[in-house]
Design a binder for this molecule. Structure first.
Ligand SMILES: [Zn+2]
Length: 466
């Protein structure tokens, strides 16, 4: 209720602000901006105005997350989301709407729990790691060895045998700390550990566990592995510091079932002159099986899809085709991204640009970019059209997990939507990844950023330089 009131108050001011900016930017256009950019001021301002003029994107994401919820690969929920997206894209008037079949792994979490048995019985808040094996049905009970790095584990190799190894590594940033989740279980198993726990990969929240995929290596037995909250990690650490004997009981039903049929969802605005040349904007429709998959990555799906819906609504048809792809199975397999590369191999050379949004739909800062210097200069020019919503940064490092296989194979210029990331890893892969974390105005600005980038790049007289 409070949110509704806030939107109602904020919108008129926003619209005023946008139309004011429109006037400013049109004045600036004549004097300061390069000539090649001049035809794009008007469509860019229309796209920005359309995005900010309603809460359409937020409402659509709320509908997805409220009525379908989380969407792990191989679940009926993901199937429903795929069917829903096809129906809605068709209703939006997108062209060539279809699915592209992908076989995906089906990992099932089942029931799970972790409890401290000694020095006193206490439940912990945990989430099994994606792709983990389960424990025996009665669970698995062992003494805990706490380590803080792989080096410390290797130095204590002898005492890891028969133990549950707990990687209690403080969160620095995702790139730095995620290796303890991904590689920790096999590193521990190599020394004879029977299970592995990891301190959740994220800043300390309110006793919130973070799941995410692990990667077993072939040189060690597969042992069950789970994340526990930072708070429970601190508790185990205090016990270890007191030299208490810590015994934990872990129960996990996690297992794989046969691969399941899934699909990437595709919709297009066909190009008016060069329909075979393609600009792709994308997110991933699958999510972990906790929370609602709102930020990771329902939001990315909706804001990239919005770019096409708004072009259609405003009757903006660029020179080249703009294609939205909602990928399947990013989280625990990446099969959607590799399938797209394989199924579209013949036309990858005609992919002019690929953009992925998978870092949340918080306040947009601009785009990350990977590609040639000439293309970067062009993207920087286009970004000036987004100065009015303060989303005009172009930083090194564009791309995404789903577009990655195609981008690498054909050296396609790659963009990512860059947003204020301060809240992302608090909720990433947790039960707290829900709709209430997303602000409708910030999300609308994300849609505007993607739409302007995609439209202008698709319409330029020359494709972005490879
Ligand atoms: Zn994601």
């Amino acid at each position: 209720m409070r949110r509704r009131v806030r939107i109602a108050i904020a919108l008129p001011f926003l619209l005023l602000a946008v139309s004011h900016l429109e006037v400013q930017s049109l004045h600036a256009a004549d004097e300061e901006r390069p000539r090649w950019l001049q035809p794009y001021h008007e469509p860019a301002n229309r796209l920005i105005g359309e995005a900010l003029g309603s809460t359409f994107a937020w409402d659509r994401l709320a509908l997805l997350t409220d009525t379908i919820g989380h969407r792990l690969s191989g679940t009926p929920a993901l199937d429903r989301a795929i069917q829903w997206a096809v129906a809605e894209m068709t209703r939006d008037g997108l062209e060539n709407v279809h699915t592209e079949r992908v076989m995906v792994p089906k990992w099932v979490r089942g029931n799970e729990s972790a409890e401290i048995v000694e020095p006193a019985r206490q439940a912990m808040v945990m989430l099994g790691l994606g792709n983990s094996v389960g424990t025996p049905a009665e669970g698995l009970q062992a003494e805990v060895l706490v380590v803080h790095s792989f080096e410390e584990l290797d130095a204590q190799a002898a005492s890891a045998r028969g133990r549950i190894v707990f990687f209690n590594v403080p969160y620095v940033n995702y790139g730095e700390t995620v290796r303890f989740r991904a590689a920790g279980p096999s590193r521990a198993a190599r020394h004879g550990a029977v299970a592995s726990l990891v301190r959740s990969i994220g800043p300390t929240g309110l006793r919130t566990p973070h799941t995410g995929a692990l990667q077993y290596t072939s040189d060690a037995p597969k042992i069950p592995a789970a994340a526990i909250t930072a708070e429970d990690g601190d508790r185990l650490q205090r016990m270890a510091d007191r030299k208490s004997k810590i015994v934990v009981r872990l129960r996990m039903e996690a297992h794989f079932e046969a691969d399941a049929e899934s699909a990437n969802v595709v919709g297009e605005i066909r190009g008016r002159e060069l329909p075979d040349e393609v600009v792709v904007v994308a997110g991933h429709l699958d999510s972990w099986d906790v929370g609602a998959g709102a930020t990771d990555d329902g939001g990315g799906c909706i804001v990239t899809w919005e770019a096409l819906r708004m072009m259609k609504k405003l009757n903006l048809r660029p020179r080249r085709t703009v294609r939205v792809v909602l990928f399947t199975n990013e989280e625990n397999g990446g099969r959607g991204g590799t399938a797209y590369r394989d199924q579209h191999r013949a036309e990858l050379a005609k992919h002019v640009m690929m953009l992925e949004s998978d870092g949340g739909v918080f306040r947009p800062l601009g785009v990350g970019f990977t590609g040639s210097d000439a293309a970067r200069d062009t993207v920087k020019g286009i970004a000036t059209l987004l100065t009015g919503i303060a989303a005009d940064q172009v930083t090194p490092g564009g791309g995404g997990a789903d577009i990655g296989p195609s981008v690498q194979e054909a050296r396609i210029p790659a963009l990512s939507l860059d947003v204020d990331g301060s809240k992302y890893f608090l909720i990433h892969h947790t039960p707290a990844d829900t709709m209430d974390k997303i602000d409708p105005v910030e999300m609308a600005k994300c849609a505007a950023t993607v739409a302007v980038m995609a439209y202008v790049i698709a319409d330029l007289p020359q494709p972005l330089a490879r």
